[in-house]
Write a protein of this length. Structure first.
Length: 512
């Protein structure tokens, strides 16, 4: 058993982490995290809904009839830094010396397609004019200009974008001004995530960036309110230090820093289930900070979101009626069968084979448990080779089957039938969710009760030249929502426009 020193106990207390949690995490390292067991890919007709034009119009109409009476929140994970987005540019600064070779010679030497594309369309970037002002008249040598452009874009002496939060970078050029993803999310919320004339948004950010977000809102507030006529209620939270996870050495003992303290690492986006759990709204839209659109795509996006929310509200209302009936009435076999069919057909719940042999009381107990859960409706786009978790039917260690969003790291691709299931998958998850987190009485669920702690990730890292193992918590839309009721709906590919690399800003979906 792990022995904690006095200093260790003080460190844990400061972080708000219990010794028991640390021991459980070390046990997880020792036991390992099993791969999931894929039963089959979720496809249209078998786990994924695809609606007709008429059905979509009806769902939009259904959703539009609600917003005046319900509270709506847009929840945006926004703590990501821009450094990964500019990885290719940082590599360029490290490997290019304009005094020793021309840019064309550099391309010939490195075959750097990212930099070639960046320079070829450099004027199309929304930050082009800002950077040009910084290097104006400094040099006329085109090779040095390219180097200086990248340097001024990323460095602290320039715009410092390499160290910005991604949500505050200029993404879209409207000529009179450039708009950040933060601003675009505010504009979006006014179209599909508003309650009357109020739009509520919650951003999870890094604590060091809060002043930057506040300053940005002060700068754009008048423009956004004038455009939308909305009253904005914006809140922020940070990933809790208590959700950090312990790192261990290769013998599964706590990895210690040079000062003797235990190394803890952020637990990944799954830690945000705690932030989500603190939000109180009837309908919660979840979407990543870098997935935004320009005005020409807003109608497609808004309609898609309203369809997902319409599905949620429609199914939720029926689930509420059924759970209230079971709580307050004596049900017949026929009525229980009707509820079972609803759970199977609309909420993708699967029952064990001997369910029909249960007594009425046993069936009522199972049905109440299945109904009384948060609901998530997840948009799925056709797989076009983009990264992202996939929708699958998964069988757990007890033999129970459920719909899950699974990342590739959770799958043992060395097993032939598992690799074949992945190969036949047709859709992936673009982080496009609409959630119902309250029960039929309007009481909020404790979302931490619906997390599958066995769906985390163990990864290998190094620190100070030493190998270590790190633990990521179950992802927010993966294991953190594993025991929710889940609905997958096909949505248009146009609704998915992430900016993972700087060159993604060159795509038509980000050109105004």
């Amino acid at each position: 058993m792990m022995q904690l020193t006095v200093n260790d106990k003080v460190q844990l207390e400061k972080k708000g982490i219990s010794a028991e949690k640390v021991r459980n995490q070390i046990e997880t390292f020792s036991e390992g995290i099993p791969f999931v067991n894929l039963e089959k890919a979720a496809i249209v007709g078998e786990g994924i809904y695809k609606f007709s034009d008429n059905d979509e119009k009806m769902l939009i109409k259904y959703y539009n009839s609600f917003p005046e009476n319900i509270s709506i929140l847009k929840f945006v994970p926004a703590s990501g830094a821009a450094s990964r987005m500019f990885k290719a540019l940082f590599n360029f600064l490290d490997s290019y010396n304009y005094k020793q070779e021309t840019f064309h010679e550099y391309l010939a030497r490195t075959n750097d397609k990212s930099m070639e594309a960046f320079v070829n369309k450099i004027e199309a970037f929304p930050f082009y004019n800002k950077v040009k002002e910084l290097i104006a008249s400094k040099t006329s040598d085109e090779n040095e200009v390219i180097f200086l452009f990248v340097e001024k874009l990323l460095s602290e002496e320039g715009l410092n974008y390499g160290f910005f939060p991604k949500g505050l970078l200029p993404f879209h050029d409207y000529i009179e001004y450039t708009a950040t993803p933060f601003e675009e999310h505010l504009l979006e919320s006014a179209v599909y995530a508003k309650s009357g004339a109020k739009a509520n948004l919650h951003f999870t950010i890094s604590e060091q960036h809060k002043e930057m977000f506040l300053k940005e809102y002060a700068a754009i507030k008048d423009r956004v309110i004038k455009k939308t006529g909305m009253e904005y209620n914006i809140s922020y939270s940070f990933q809790k230090s208590a959700t950090d996870t312990i790192a261990v050495d290769m013998d599964n003992k706590p990895f210690r820093n040079s000062d003797g303290s235990i190394l803890f690492r952020p637990g990944g986006h799954g830690a945000l289930i705690e932030n989500l759990n603190e939000q109180d709204a009837d309908v919660i839209f979840i979407k990543n900070i870098d997935n935004v659109v320009v005005p020409k795509q807003m109608e497609i996006l808004a309609n898609s979101k309203k369809i997902l929310a319409g599905v949620l509200l429609q199914v939720q209302q029926k689930a509420f009626k059924f759970i209230e009936f079971l709580e307050n009435s004596s049900a017949s076999e026929e009525e229980l069968q009707k509820i079972k069919i609803f759970l199977e057909d609309r909420l993708n719940v699967r029952f064990i084979e001997n369910f029909n042999s249960y007594t009425i009381q046993e069936k009522v107990s199972v049905l109440k448990d299945k109904l009384n859960r948060p609901i998530r409706v997840c948009g799925m786009v056709k797989n076009e080779g983009e990264p992202g978790g996939g929708p699958f039917w998964v069988k757990d260690s007890s033999g129970r089957t459920s719909l899950q969003i699974i990342e590739s790291a959770q799958i043992d691709m060395s097993i032939e039938n598992q690799a074949a299931i992945v190969k036949n998958a047709t859709h992936f998850n673009p982080v496009d969710l609409v959630c119902g987190v309250k029960n039929y009485k309007g009481e909020k669920y404790n979302l931490l009760n619906f997390v599958d702690i066995k769906q985390g990730f163990i990864t290998g890292k190094t620190k100070e030249g030493r190998e270590l193992k790190a633990l990521e918590l179950p992802g927010l839309w993966n294991g953190a929502m594993a025991f929710w009721n889940t609905i997958f709906v096909e949505v248009p590919l146009e609704t998915f426009n992430p900016v993972k690399t700087v060159n993604d800003l060159l795509k038509p979906s980000h050109q105004v």
